[in-house]
Design a protein around this ligand. Structure first.
Ligand SMILES: *Cc1c(COP(=O)(O)O)cnc(C)c1O
Length: 224
């Protein structure tokens, strides 16, 4: 991250690290915590809520911050609203409304990023760029949510310049929303293989899994 910031002539403090702990166990999270990392990302609701509960038992005094970064169906919002601190994958008003309704009143507002589809692929997750501003205004009005910014996952591109060009689309949308007074502070983009390009395009949060924890086991496709 320091190298990426140096290359982009950015202050290293302007980019934060979300350690993506999906598929890694609570021991791995504890090791990262001991190394000073506090923000963790999970993709799967059940795996995430189980890990959150384990960490609460094992490290009751640690100030952990859990981000849900995986695709979210509207019938799976309740455990997310009850256990996570952030949701970065909101791309529909219905999901946002349910999260707002289900956020327990004793907890702080749920911090939200809208996932935007910068590639334009029709069946990908993420709101289309031309529907983003309307969704952002509607989500910003929901009482138990706090809209913080945008998240994107562009298709893997072969080199730095093509990666950066896709990330710059998200940066333009982010700047446009802020020019309309949305007050966003989080542009979540960049993963193990493309974080340098994302930082060059203005990312404020990189979501890194393999480069922190090592390679993940191949995805199991059949139930065991
Ligand atoms: C898995 C995942 C990451 C991390 O990917 P790595 O290649 O392991 O760094 C980041 N963001 C999302 C949404 C993911 O699903």
């Amino acid at each position: 991250m320091k190298q990426a910031c140096d290359l982009a002539r950015r202050d290293v403090g302007s980019v934060s690290l979300l350690a993506v702990s999906k598929t890694f166990d609570a021991d791995a999270v504890c090791l990262a915590l001991d190394a000073g990392q506090h923000a963790f990302g999970e993709n799967y609701v059940q795996e995430g809520t189980e890990k959150i509960a384990l960490l609460r038992q094992r490290r009751p005094d640690a100030a952990l911050q859990w981000h849900c970064i995986g695709p979210l169906q509207s019938n799976k919002t309740r455990p997310v609203a009850e256990h996570f601190d952030w949701v970065q994958s909101v791309d529909r008003l219905k999901v946002a409304q349910r999260l707002s309704e289900q956020r327990p009143p004793e907890l702080p507002a749920l911090q939200v990023c809208l996932q935007v589809n910068v590639d334009g692929g029709a069946n990908k997750s993420g709101v289309a760029p031309d529907e983003l501003a309307g969704l952002a205004r509607a989500v910003a009005r929901l009482p138990r949510l706090r809209l913080r910014g945008l998240m994107c996952i562009p298709e893997p591109a072969p080199e730095f310049d093509s990666q950066r060009a896709l990330f710059l689309r998200a940066k333009v949308l982010f700047d446009e929303l802020n020019a309309q007074g949305m007050g966003l502070d989080t542009l979540s983009m960049g993963m193990s293989d493309d974080m340098e390009a994302a930082v060059a395009a203005g990312s404020t949060m990189v979501r890194v899994g393999r480069a922190v924890f090592g390679s993940r086991p191949a995805k199991v496709t059949s139930p065991v």
